[in-house]
Design a protein around this ligand. Sequence first.
Ligand code: IVH
Length: 684
Amino acid sequence: MSGPGEEFAARLAALREAIRGHDHRYYVLDDPEIPDHEYDGLVRELERIEAAHPDLITPDSPTQRVGAAPSESFGEAVHHIAMLSLANAFDEDEMRAFDRRIRERLDAPPADGCTLEYTGEVKIDGVAMSLVYEQGMLVRGATRGDGVRGEDVTANVRTIRAIPLKLIGPTVPARIEIRGEIFMTRSGFERMNEAQRERGEPTYVNPRNAASGALRQLDPKVTASRPLSMSCYGSGLVSEDAVLPHRHSDLLEVMAGWGLPVSPHIRVLTDVDACLAYHADIGRRRDSLGHDIDGVVFKLNDLRAREIVGQVSRAPRWAIAYKFPAEEALTRVVGIDVQVGRTGALTPVARLDPVFVGGVTVTNATLHNQDEIDRKDVRVGDTVWVRRAGDVIPEVIRVVPERRPEGSQPFTLPECCPACGSEAVRSEGEVAMRCTGGLVCPAQRKQAIRHFASRRALDIEGLGEKLVDQLVERGMVATVADVFRLEVADLAGLDRMAEKSAQNLGDGIERARRTTLDRLLYALGIRDVGEATAAALATHFGSLEALRDADEDALVEVADVGPVVAASILRFFADARNIEVVDALAGALSWEETAPVAAGEPAPSPLAGKTFVLTGTLAAMPREDMKRRLQALGAKVTGSVSKRTDYMVAGANPGSKLDKAQALGIAVLDDRGLMALIEGVDGA
Ligand code: IVH
């Protein structure tokens, strides 16, 4: 017998399972398999059936994530096993001491079958979370609080789509507490702050505060609208029926199998040296992880060995957090200077009391532009938070208003260029104020020449910043073309310039005379023309002549060139002063030209959208040049191997990337294979 109710029940079950599966792929594995509109279709169908049959709604249905009404306050949640914190290590010695203590306590090598190995995990900078599942169903989410008593934030936690409302699989115990970190990705954080700003609502200083704020909203609808995620790193109280692995790494794998989000960066490490290498490796990749981490965590992998080692009052002895240098720090703004960039943009820069942040001492931080200064209201004398992540330019992220000295004044950019006195203007739709002095402005001239000589442009060895400043200040070089008129004898007369260095610089200039069209185009410093665009223009037009003659219609045919970039190129070649420089360069330099792509012919691009990773030393050309060539053909070139990589190109002495590519079964090409592929594409 099968009534209509049963029919709906079956469809409901199928829909829920499908949506759960897609949520898992999207939010946990980061690997969706259906387009958004198809997913939306499934959700709409589910909502429709549930609306018609409310009796068939179950609490674990994907529609029931945002259920509860706003509450007055959070209830208390008791942790039957305390949520501990971690001891810290800040250097190699402290890590080795940790390992020694463990070995002593375990009487290593352990005799009773315990293995002494560690797991390495990233220490996500977020909010600690305890999730309780009963019969597989999520019944409680609680913050850490003081370790024993936290806040019951179940209604909010249910809205986080990385967290399954139901665990799946035969090994799920009757009751299990899962522990992990709730966090916000950097991109999610930026998007959310942008939305807050647009609505005129307060923004958050960093993803950690934003995650904590989102979790503590009394209205779960608000939490649902914030991009929260979770990474699980262990268990708490578990019911007696549970049959779970004895190794932490295996347990995490089992948890992932139940549908829980587990970090992909966990590794099993066999000794302290491997731990140090892991710390260094994650440190290098810290900026590309997509979320903030403040260190890595090492834990004894054998759960029975953990019992032997034990804990002190607040922290286990079997684990340690090996911290990275903080990326944010407090300091004081002692002044605000205005710098003039290559294209005349005036950039306000905060001069700071020196502060150690991101592993280096920082004395300057960018304030970006007037809008940013206004938004943050940064003034001289203010105490501010400064952030320096990786190689990114340090920036002031927030003022501490309570510490503002009396009588301070808002800062406004000057109306004249501080370098040449020309008027500074802000064009419509632009955030930057720009000096209108053009090449009259010595600051712009210096920047233009520095850029021209830089490694990815003409790569003139020996022509550094200080030297450019001198050459411009002494009137020896006014435009980039003048560089090629310099004589070794002139150079030898400069400050701190020994004969040998003058000769080396002369040689460097000579070597730079042979170049490529894409490097030259990039070196010219045309506004909006970066390396990839320069490469695309060079490939498309083949010669400087053809590019100079191109009108807007011809320009926008090039991949990635839109009306804005086209306008910048046209403006550049319409300026007689630029033409003079370009003509002089054409006389001083040589590069190869090729036939242009015929008008109307679609760009040949079987490589378009393909992702390449280059490693090792390529024989055909430097990696940078190869990168640009591939980009010009529409390919993407990234720094790390993932399952989305299409080709790995390995030159001599490849690194560990090659092993990873092979492990992932990615096509590996050598130089010749790559050239064959390219030639097959552009017929070069
Ligand atoms: S283990 C007893 N593993 O760092 C073990 N904690 O000071 C304690 N955290 O509040 C936690 N990533 O929220 C562990 N992979 C990780 C972690 C991690 C981040 C947080 C955790 C805790 C704090 C420890």
